[in-house]
Design a protein around this ligand. Structure first.
Ligand SMILES: NC(=O)C1=CN([C@@H]2O[C@H](COP(=O)(O)OP(=O)(O)OC[C@H]3O[C@@H](n4cnc5c(N)ncnc54)[C@H](OP(=O)(O)O)[C@@H]3O)[C@@H](O)[C@H]2O)C=CC1
Ligand SMILES: CC(=O)[C@@H](O)[C@H](O)COP(=O)(O)O
Ligand SMILES: [Mn+2]
Length: 367
């Protein structure tokens, strides 16, 4: 690549955002836009280090050097003149910025899986219309994207997403008393709180099944989940002849982030020459202790607004668990209850926002 890439980072102060900035440093690219939430101190540091052209912060923009514009929204940053937009604001809060990047015709390096779950068909339709392209950052989808490259859709038998199993894979049997502190101890990845709790309930894998369905168009029946505690195999594609392609590598999101930005090329990283792990284990997911995974399949099979409702109820329930207002097993209970009342309306932008607001209110009522 000759010209330095012009990169926008949405969610720049978070786990994916800061790792994206590591990759930008490795490659000497140009950060043109930053959007964050409430961590003004870190955002101010990033502004000093990267000198972007435009900045937004939901909690109020810090003092900016001359020539740096304060944007009115993350969507304004997302639509800034850039080669690629890294979308890493968690939850449905990330949807409008993703949509703005799509409408600007950008390459969207997508970490914000909740947008694709809640609005997949609508986003894909707009991406086609505006000439935008999604390249996944989520480690499993990055692996699938790489394994599917150059293959014919009719040759694909199934997609197999790997799951670490989370902090409670080996116990306790009864999860009703586990604390947020315990649930936040992910065995393999250091991530923001929302996705870490989703990993502990296995809702993360459920959201990822729906994300894969929306990204690759594969039927739900052909998207499988296997627990792989080492998190070294990032996901697999099984072909009709029985052969399997998988992407393996260190548990380091900077590799998937960099790939989403350099695709179809690759570039060296400091993780390029490490020894292989001594063993790789695979086991089926425990659907009794982790019912959230099945709920996501149920929402996907129902279609329409059900994935939007599942996501919204889950966001409320996770927040309630983290703030001590709901027990761990209450998360799936609340989601199941709200999902069962999903409005029958078709998925349109208007209905999506209405269903999201309705599901959040309904979930709050169930706490
Ligand atoms: N972390 C990981 O390894 C992975 C994450 N993902 C996905 O990537 C997304 C980001 O996850 P992660 O980086 O872990 O999350 P974090 O919680 O670590 O970071 C979230 C970022 O978004 C910012 N933010 C939050 N709300 C807003 C808002 N309303 N407007 C603007 N910025 C906002 C935060 O700002 P501030 O901190 O300043 O408040 C922070 O910069 C999620 O959708 C997650 O599922 C997917 C795969 C792996
Ligand atoms: C790094 C990443 O992509 C996360 O989404 C990861 O998958 C979480 O781990 P689990 O496999 O435990 O959900
Ligand atoms: Mn993932």
């Amino acid at each position: 690549m000759s010209e330095p890439l012009r990169v926008v980072v949405l969610g720049s102060t978070g786990s994916i955002g800061t790792q994206t900035l590591d990759v930008v440093r490795w490659r000497g690219w140009k950060v043109v836009g930053l959007a964050a939430g409430r961590n003004r101190a870190l955002l101010a540091e990033q502004v000093r280090a990267f000198r972007p052209e435009v900045v937004y912060a939901a909690g109020g923009v810090p003092e900016l050097p001359p020539g740096v514009r304060a944007a009115a929204s993350a969507a304004e940053v997302a639509a800034w003149d850039a080669d690629v937009v890294v979308a890493a604001i968690p939850g449905l809060a990330g949807l409008e910025p993703v949509r703005a990047a799509v409408r600007a015709g950008r390459r969207v390096a997508l970490a914000n899986k909740e947008s694709m779950v809640a609005a997949g068909p609508l986003l894909q339709e707009e991406a086609r219309k505006y000439g935008a392209a999604f390249v996944p950052v989520d480690s499993e989808h990055s692996a699938l994207f790489q394994a599917l490259a150059g293959e014919r859709p009719e040759d694909v038998a199934e997609l197999v997403l790997t799951a670490s199993g989370g902090p409670f894979r080996e116990g306790p049997e009864d999860l009703s008393g586990v604390t947020p502190e315990e649930a936040l101890r992910h065995p393999r990845w250091s991530m923001g709180p929302k996705v870490t709790i989703d990993s502990a309930t296995l809702m993360n894998k459920g959201l990822e099944v729906l994300e894969a369905h929306a990204l690759f168009g594969t039927e739900l029946e052909r998207i499988k989940v296997v627990v792989h505690p080492q998190s070294y195999v990032h996901s697999l594609v099984r072909f009709v002849d029985g052969q399997i392609k998988a992407v393996l590598g260190p548990t380091d999101m900077r590799l998937a982030i960099q790939y989403a930005l350099t695709y179809p090329e690759r570039a060296p990283t400091p993780r390029a020459a490490e020894p292989l792990p001594p063993r790789l284990d695979f086991e089926p997911p425990d659907l009794q202790r982790f019912p959230a995974l099945e709920l996501a399949y149920r929402a996907g099979a129902q279609g329409g607004l059900a994935p939007t409702v599942l996501n919204a109820a889950n966001e409320v329930a996770v927040e309630a668990f983290l703030s001590g207002r709901l027990g761990f097993t209450g998360i799936a209970r609340v989601v199941e209850s709200v999902l069962g009342k999903t409005p029958p309306d078709p998925l349109t932008w208007e209905n999506l926002y209405a269903a999201d607001a309705w599901a959040r209110a309904e979930a709050e009522e169930q706490l």
